[in-house]
Design a protein around this ligand. Structure first.
Ligand code: TUI
Length: 315
């Protein structure tokens, strides 16, 4: 299976499944587990200083001999330095998020790193493909964390039609049904973040995992629309306060301050009332914590039966 898959061939991976590069959660433990299970594990650089990222890359290399990636969050104050680190460490795949990575593409391409930006629109996808990116991740606003405006269903096929590189679908994908749906839209692979948060290997605090386990279909809200940096999070004390201030005309400065450090507080320290619990809309269908290998094998083994049941229903 997947011998002819464009992304598996390009990246030399077994299954066309990426783990989203989540800040504070996409650590060497999670990324190496996903790569060892045949997917593409991705270290989430978030706001990591360059030396911390270098250590995480070296830890990942010690835990897996399979390809892995680093996600670079373009709003990071360390973006230039962390780009330098991934070049020096010759990281096989770099994904980017929360902005336009155009200026960094030539130096990454030069050393043979595959560059795969997250795009939330057709316009950015087209522009980046002209600069030579190897593929694009089309991420719908079903995702957790920083999001764009479009949902996955309309975004993915419009990006597929606009570019001549493989497209990875992200946002709202959590099981074999989502995987098959993404391929029906023309995607060549999927990226999942939330599903891997509820894995044994993810170091998210147990309070974070437990709150996600309790989530229902409408448990997430979007904060930060007024700041130009909308983010999907679980409803809690912080998001209620944030939305209250946002609707009462708080300044961008006040809102940005309210968000500072809150992801670390929830994800690592376990303060899920005052911290930011970033998670996607599929959290409502997550009901247990499995190993990364069980998650990937569970999805891959159900792809055939899912397609078969579609065919039966089409007869
Ligand atoms: O980046 C993400 N998800 C994230 S980043 C993050 S860290 C953070 N913390 C606090 C506030 C904000 C972020 C948490 N989750 N996903 C990838 C993604 N990229 N989603 C949307 C985009 C995107 C949006 C606009 C990519 C490009 C873009 O275009 C900008 C332009 O210049 O056209």
């Amino acid at each position: 299976m997947f011998e002819e898959n464009l992304i598996c061939k390009m990246l030399k991976i077994k299954y066309p499944i990426f783990q989203g590069g989540m800040a504070w959660l996409g650590t060497a433990e999670l990324a190496s587990a996903v790569s060892n299970a045949g997917g593409l594990g991705i270290i989430g650089a978030g706001h990591m200083p360059p030396d911390v990222l270098r250590a995480e890359i070296q830890k990942t290399k010690a835990k897996t001999d399979k390809p892995f990636g680093v996600n670079i969050m373009l709003m990071s104050p360390f973006v230039k330095e962390v780009m330098q680190v991934v070049v020096e460490e010759r990281v096989p795949v770099v994904t980017t998020g929360a902005g336009n990575p155009g200026e960094y593409i030539p130096s990454l391409k030069e050393i043979g790193t595959k560059v795969i930006p997250v795009v939330a629109s057709v316009a950015l996808a087209r522009r980046l493909v002209r600069t030579g990116v190897d593929a694009v991740i089309a991420e719908g606003m079903e995702s957790g964390g920083h999001i764009g405006e479009l949902t996955t269903m309309p975004l993915v096929p419009q990006v597929v039609d606009a570019v001549d590189v493989p497209v990875i679908a992200a946002g709202g994908i959590g099981d074999a049904r989502g995987f098959v749906a993404a391929f029906a839209l023309g995607a060549s692979a999927v990226q999942m973040g939330s599903r891997f948060v509820l894995s044994k290997e993810c170091i998210a605090h147990e309070n974070y995992k437990n709150l996600v386990l309790k989530a229902r279909d409408r448990s997430t809200v979007i904060t930060g629309r007024a700041t130009g940096h909308p983010a999907r999070v679980l409803q809690n004390k912080l998001s209620r306060h944030y939305l209250d201030r946002e609707s009462h005309g708080a300044s961008i400065d006040e809102l940005e301050k309210l968000g500072l450090g809150t992801l670390r507080l929830a994800a690592r320290e376990g303060d899920v009332e005052n911290g930011s619990v970033m998670i996607g809309q599929i959290s409502g269908m997550l009901s247990d914590i499995e190993s990364v290998d069980e998650i990937i094998q569970g999805i891959v083994s159900k792809v055939g039966p899912t397609i078969e049941s579609i065919n039966n229903n089409l007869k």
